[in-house]
Each structure stands twice: as C-alpha cells, then as structure tokens.
Design a protein around this ligand. Structure first.
Ligand SMILES: Cc1cc2nc3c(=O)[nH]c(=O)nc-3n(C[C@H](O)[C@H](O)[C@H](O)COP(=O)(O)OP(=O)(O)OC[C@H]3O[C@@H](n4cnc5c(N)ncnc54)[C@H](O)[C@@H]3O)c2cc1C
Length: 582
C-alpha cells in the first residue's frame, strides 16, 4: 500500500486493471482479481482515516435541501469508502426487480436474478452476513416464534429476512489481504480527476490522478473500472470532457439521470389485541451469530396486480421525537441527538420547534424509566460498542403491544431525477456535483397502496389494527428527504445506448475498456439495500475481466512507459504486467 505523495510529481504508472475507488465494490474486485495473474492498481482518493480536506472533495449542492442531504454527507471518501459508516443491512434483490414491468416506466435489467445468483453467496461472505439464506424457513433449524401470531396474508410474506454484516468496514477488514496480494497495488491519496480517451475514442488511454499536495500522476491500463460510488462515477464521466464536452459515455445525455435512492419513512400505529398478543419485531440470531430480522414483504404477484413497485415494512418503535412513547431510552436518544452522527441522527433533527415542554417530557421519561434506560445502556455497551459483531439497531420492546411501521420502498426510475456538474470546482479543479433528486406520483402510490393492503390484511387476520392517516403518506415518505446513503441509477445498465450508460457486462457503451462497479449501474432500485448486490456485481465483473484476459493476447498497444525509477515497494515492471495471462 503506497501513498501517492511518496511517488513524486508527474509519474506514469500502468497496470492491467486500474480500479478507481476502494469502497465495497473496488476492494471486492481487487480481492477477486488478486490471484488472476493480472496486475491490479487500486486508486483511492482518501487515506486510512477520515480527513476533512479529502472529505470536502465530495461537497456539492442540492436543488432542494429538504429533499436531499448535502453530497458530502452519507458518503465517506477514505479507504473502505462508505462501509466505514454503513449499517450492514443485507439482502439480495428479488427476481421481479430485474423484470421490465409495464406499469413501472424505464424498468427492466438486461440480466436477470440468475446472472447474480452465482455471486451472491461469495458476496455474502465478503460482507460477513453469515450463510446465504434469506428465508427464515431455510436459515434457521429451530422453529421461530411467529412475527405476528395469527397474521395471514395472500399478499405479504412474513418469512423473508434481512441479515446483518458486522458491519464490516471493507478497508479495515481487507487491508491485510490487499497488502499480501503480490499483484495488487493500492495507492492512497490518489484522486482520479479525468479519464482520457485514445484517438479512436473507444478506449480509455489514461487517467489523470492528483493529490492535495499538488502532484499529478498519469495511469494507463488495459481496463479501467470506476468504483467510486453511485454519485461519483457519474461525476467523473461528466468531468472527463476535454475531448467531448458531454463527457465520456454521455453521447445521449443519460449519465447522471435516473438517480434513485429509496423511499423510506415511519408511519402510523400498529396495535395488537389482547394481553396474549404475540409479536416479535426484534432480531433472531442465526447459529453462526449473524443477526437476522424478519419483515413484511409485498409479494411479486401483489406488486403486479396493483401495478406498484417493491415494498417492505418492519415493526418499529414509536417516533422518538414524540415524548408520548414514555420510553426512557428513546427520550435519551432525543436529548442526546446532537452527539449522534449526522447520518444516523438526521431523523432526530428534522423536525422544527421542539418546545421547552417537549424537552421536559423527554427528561421526565428518562427519569421515570431509569431502570429501563440503564439496562438498555448496558446492553448497548456490551452488544454494540464492545462487540465484534454489533447489535444492529435500537429495539425497544414496548410494554403495550403498540408499534409504528417503518417502510422501505422501491423508487421508480425517473430521467428528471439527476445529478449534473455545477460551476464550482473542488480543490483539485474538478467541477462539484449538483444533486436534483425527485420522486414521482408512482412512488407515492407504491407506499400508499402497500399500506392500505397491509392495514386490510392485519384487520382481516383479526390480530389488531393499523391506524394511520392516508393523507400523510406523501409527507411521511419525504419527511427527511431521500433515504441516505443509497445512490443508485446514475449510469444505468441497458442494451440501448440512448437510454443506458453500461451494457450487461457493466461496460460503458462505446468505450471498450471502461467498466463501472457500483449501484450507479442498477436500472431499478428494488426494496433491498444495495451493497450486497453492488458486491455481487463487482465479483461478476471481476470474473468477466478474467475471461477477457484469457482471450486477449496482444500487448496493450499504447502502453505508457514509466518516466522514472520504480519507487520502493512497488510491484513488477508494468511492461511485464501488460501481457495477457495464461
Ligand atoms: C450511514 C450509511 C448507512 C448505510 N447502511 C447501509 C446498509 O445498511 N445496507 C446497505 O446495503 N448499504 C448501506 N449503505 C450504503 C453503502 O455504504 C454503499 O452501498 C456502499 O458503500 C457502496 O460501495 P461502493 O464501493 O460503491 O462506494 P463507496 O463505499 O462510496 O466507495 C467509493 C470509494 O471511492 C473513492 N473515491 C471517490 N471518488 C474517487 C476518485 N475520484 N478517485 C479515487 N477514489 C475515489 C472513495 O474515497 C471511496 O473509498 C449505507 C451508507 C451510509 C452512508
């Protein structure tokens, strides 16, 4: 592992595969290619820890600050990327997510779930989410108590699982493996600021790399893989405009469009009848120690029948900001919200005007529930702070069986929801991003109709009721704007270059040696959190490059020779490494 500042200015480097970005995708690819015989150069903007000046390179602006966080939030520009702060919730996409659904405009992947199934188990290992088993029936040998005893539904499954990563910080977890890999070089503080096409316009010939010390490098490679995150891959393509003002891969103005997050919110009150109501909304621990959680998932047939997107819901504690919950630990969280990192505390900060009376009621809750609060703090210290595999989230078991509903829904692809380059530039001279995230009427309908159906099924099951204000659905699903760190769709996959940026192999249309490993290539967002699928796609891409390498025999024609002696600790001469393997 080297630091770009140690190399000196105006150096040339080359490799077989140049990966831009060492987050979940970039590190997974580098690991998968480590024994391929290919020389891999992994360029990472950050260092091993968060640094303010590097993180500031992510800053940009948003069209509507109520709808989206500033772009330097919910992302980490350092080795390990955003996995240094992620929540670790994992699940694969559903088969329906890949289908072209006539009721969901711009939906449809050029690959199906079957293309990812060979890679999901390995991805699951990398994220350390235990066994690849996402149905409670398969994942547990013991019989679990039902999530909601007596709940019956044709349209919702209560059997699907989310499994939790440690949460694994890919940087910390895999640094030693990358250090040990002889053919992988990691270069820190190496910001790719522009890609350059060769004369044909169909090959990336080199990447310009800069650091904040003012040094430049030039990197050539047989293949380039952009793994710089769902917003940044679009930024880099758009900013690579010295040969074409539209940028690279953007002949049809698609790069940056179709930007999706997830639609998420908390709504209503779910109350269960009778003292013997049996409800379990917490975690089930698998034999291997992985925390798993069941949720209510809208089945594919119901989605098709209603003509809506994918949707899941979980039973959740009451809204923390409202002291009426009378739960000490929830009130303590409210009172301590200034100390909770922005990415997790945002949902405690979003509401205006917590009055003095509200504060007093929260204080009262803490005092009145002192034993409960102390017990929770001990559990948190033991099972979260000190534990290697961390308890994933706050679970409060209410004294009366009353919950709110937490939903997480697919957002439909919308070309008007987009990121573009602004006028301002960062410290490296790269234009900053402008984020204009939008949601659609279809997104509102997905949530509205799913909730209606769920309320009906709960009532019909005779187990309780779900009360909520149907008129508040749109407000609740956008109360805190776009859902955090899921940056999807900005370089979508498809067969038609007029409506997509990469093909089914994640190769940028029209550029033979440029690939993307990121949620940016997802044409649709699913209900699922993205990282497991990001990693599975990265592994699939690594496999594709290995196959390509076996096919390609000639040396890379425009190889750029080094202009100086090899720095200490660097891998074998690039001229050797440009040869095809096997
Ligand atoms: C608070 C939070 C909670 C989350 N929780 C979950 C969850 O529970 N489940 C889930 O599935 N996902 C979750 N996510 C999302 C998850 O973190 C991302 O999906 C994942 O990190 C994406 O991996 P990536 O490799 O594509 O991008 P990143 O992890 O963002 O990595 C990109 C890397 O590229 C580097 N880079 C950027 N630009 C350049 C450049 N120009 N040159 C060189 N390097 C560059 C960055 O420094 C970074 O290291 C969460 C995110 C956040 C912020």
């Amino acid at each position: 592992m080297l630091d770009s500042t140690e190399l000196g200015d105006r150096r040339d480097l080359s490799a077989d595969v140049c990966i831009v970005g060492a987050g979940a995708a970039g590190i997974s690819m580098a690991l998968a290619l480590a024994d391929s015989g290919l020389e891999v150069l992994l360029l990472e903007s950050g260092g091993l820890d968060t640094e303010a000046d590097t993180q500031a390179l992510y800053a940009g602006s948003v069209a509507d600050p109520r709808m989206h966080s500033p772009p330097d939030r919910y992302r980490q520009r350092r080795f390990g990327g955003s996995t240094t702060i992620w929540g670790g919730r994992c699940m694969p996409f559903d088969a329906i997510d890949f289908e072209a659904r006539d009721y969901l405009p711009h939906s449809g992947w050029p690959i199906g779930l079957d293309a990812l199934l060979p890679y999901y188990p390995e991805a699951n290992k990398l994220v350390e989410a235990g066994e690849y088993a996402y149905q409670a029936g398969n994942a547990f040998t013991r019989k679990l108590a039902p999530m909601m005893r007596g709940f019956t539904s044709e349209d919702f499954s209560a059997d699907t699982l989310e499994r939790f990563s440690c949460p694994t910080d890919f940087g910390r977890r895999y640094a030693h493996k990358l250090r040990a890999a002889q053919r992988v070089r990691v270069l820190l503080h190496a910001n790719v600021t522009e890609l350059h096409l060769g004369e044909s316009g169909h090959m990336v010939e080199a990447a310009t790399v800069r650091n904040l010390a003012g040094q430049h490098l030039r990197v050539s490679a047989r293949w380039f893989v952009l793994a710089s995150g769902g917003l940044e891959v679009a930024r880099l393509l758009l900013a690579s405009r010295s040969q074409d003002p539209r940028g690279i891969g953007n002949a049809h103005d698609v790069v940056g469009r179709y930007y999706m997050c997830h639609i998420a919110g908390t709504i209503g009150t779910l109350s269960f009848d009778g003292p013997d109501a049996q409800v379990w909304h917490g975690y089930d621990v698998a034999d291997d120690g992985t925390y798993c959680r069941r949720r209510l998932a809208l089945k594919a047939d119901a989605q098709r029948r209603l003509g809506i997107g994918n949707f899941i819901a979980r039973l959740h504690h009451p809204r923390i900001t409202d002291p009426a919950h009378r739960t000490g630990i929830l009130s303590l969280l409210f009172l301590a919200r200034a100390f909770i990192p922005y990415e997790y505390g945002k949902r405690l900060h979003g509401e205006e005007g917590a009055s003095f009376g509200t504060w007093m009621q929260h204080c009262r809750n803490v005092l009145m529930d002192a034993f409960g609060t102390a017990g929770f703090l001990w559990h948190w210290l033991r099972d979260r702070t000190l534990a290697e595999r961390k308890f994933p989230s706050i679970i409060v078991h209410p004294r009366v069986p009353r919950y709110s509903l937490d939903f997480h829904a697919e957002q439909e692809p919308n070309p008007e929801s987009r990121v573009t380059l602004g006028e301002e530039v960062d410290a490296l001279g790269m234009p900053r991003l402008v984020v204009d995230w939008r949601y659609t009427h279809g997104d509102v309908e997905t949530v509205r109709r799913s909730l209606l159906l769920l309320a009906r099924d709960i009532q019909h099951s005779g187990i309780g009721r779900f009360d909520y204000d149907p008129n508040s659905v749109e407000f609740e699903m956008t109360r805190y704007g776009a859902y955090g760190g899921h940056h999807i769709g900005t370089t979508r996959m498809g067969t038609d270059p007029r409506s997509s940026v990469v093909d089914a192999d994640c190769r940028v249309h029209g550029v033979d040696n440029l690939y993307i490993a990121s949620a940016a290539v997802f044409p649709t967002s699913s209900q699922a959190n993205p990282t497991l699928t990001v990693v599975a796609l990265a592994l699939r891409l690594a496999n594709h490059l290995k196959t390509q390498a076996r096919r390609v025999v000639p040396l890379f024609p425009n190889e750029v020779q080094r202009s100086g002696p090899r720095p200490q600790g660097e891998s074998p001469a690039p001229a050797d490494t440009m040869r095809a393997v096997s």
